[in-house]
Design a binder for this molecule. Structure first.
Ligand SMILES: CC(C)(COP(=O)(O)OP(=O)(O)OC[C@H]1O[C@@H](n2cnc3c(N)ncnc32)[C@H](O)[C@@H]1OP(=O)(O)O)[C@@H](O)C(=O)NCCC(=O)NCCS
Length: 206
């Protein structure tokens, strides 16, 4: 009897601790963003389940019920998610009810837009820029190389450890297989995978 009361007490304490930690991560992200000259625009409740670094000068838009991090998921370090809208006019948008696993990195110099109800596996990277010129004479310079927006549709599932590169679009309902590198746009309603990612299965609803 005494041990079950004790267990109950410990569980409640754990829950309370997690709640406090989550609101601390939310505050930290807002504070960091403001310090960098940027902002986080939330249209509703957002679930911060890991630390989230928002240290860009642009805007991070998080719609209602976005989930950042997954407590039971694999993680490197503390599982930190990076949402870095680097330049003043850069925007990262994550649509409502999208769930991102630990260690997601999004870096935008212009725009990365993710639709609603997407699933994003752990260690996924999404970049709208190359960050360096390919020309060896200019590579060490200040340029961010080619910059072109990334658009990810609704209900897209991006498998773990995939990399989504500049200028790509992924259509609604599509699955990107684990470990893929998306260098060209992928249509809606398919499974695509590999490096570079190509359609490997069509008609995924059959
Ligand atoms: C994409 C995925 C869902 C496909 O599952 P599936 O429908 O059962 O497909 P299959 O295993 O029958 O594979 C279909 C084809 O795609 C290929 N394929 C599967 N996964 C692949 C991958 N990650 N990269 C490249 N090709 C892949 C298969 O080899 C097969 O090729 P074939 O037709 O030439 O034999 C699964 O392979 C995957 O990547 N899951 C992601 C899991 C994940 O990251 N979860 C994270 C938590 S959100």
């Amino acid at each position: 009897m005494a041990s079950s009361i004790w267990l109950h007490f410990i569980r409640r304490l754990g829950k309370r601790r997690r709640r406090i930690q989550k609101s601390r991560w939310a505050r930290q992200a807002r504070w960091q963003s403001a310090m960098a000259g940027g902002s986080i625009a939330q249209s509703g409740r957002v679930h911060y389940n890991v630390p989230v670094r928002c240290d860009g000068a642009g805007t991070v838009r998080l719609e209602t019920d976005v989930t950042l991090g997954y407590g039971a998921g694999p993680r490197y370090g503390n599982g930190e998610i990076l949402l870095q809208a680097r330049s003043n006019d850069a925007v990262i948008t994550i649509g409502s009810r999208t769930v991102a696993n630990n260690n997601l990195q999004i870096i935008a110099n212009r725009s990365v837009r993710i639709g609603t109800e997407c699933l994003i596996g752990e260690l996924v990277s999404i970049y709208d820029s190359d960050f360096h010129e390919t020309n060896p004479l200019e590579r060490m310079g200040e340029s961010d190389g080619k910059v072109s927006e990334v658009v990810i549709g609704n209900n897209v599932w991006i498998g773990s450890r995939s990399i989504i590169l500049k200028g790509t679009t992924i259509g609604d309902n599509t699955v990107i297989a684990a470990g893929s590198i998306v260098a060209k746009s992928i249509p809606a309603n398919v499974i695509a995978g590999g490096n570079p990612a190509k359609v490997i299965k069509e008609k995924i609803t059959e």
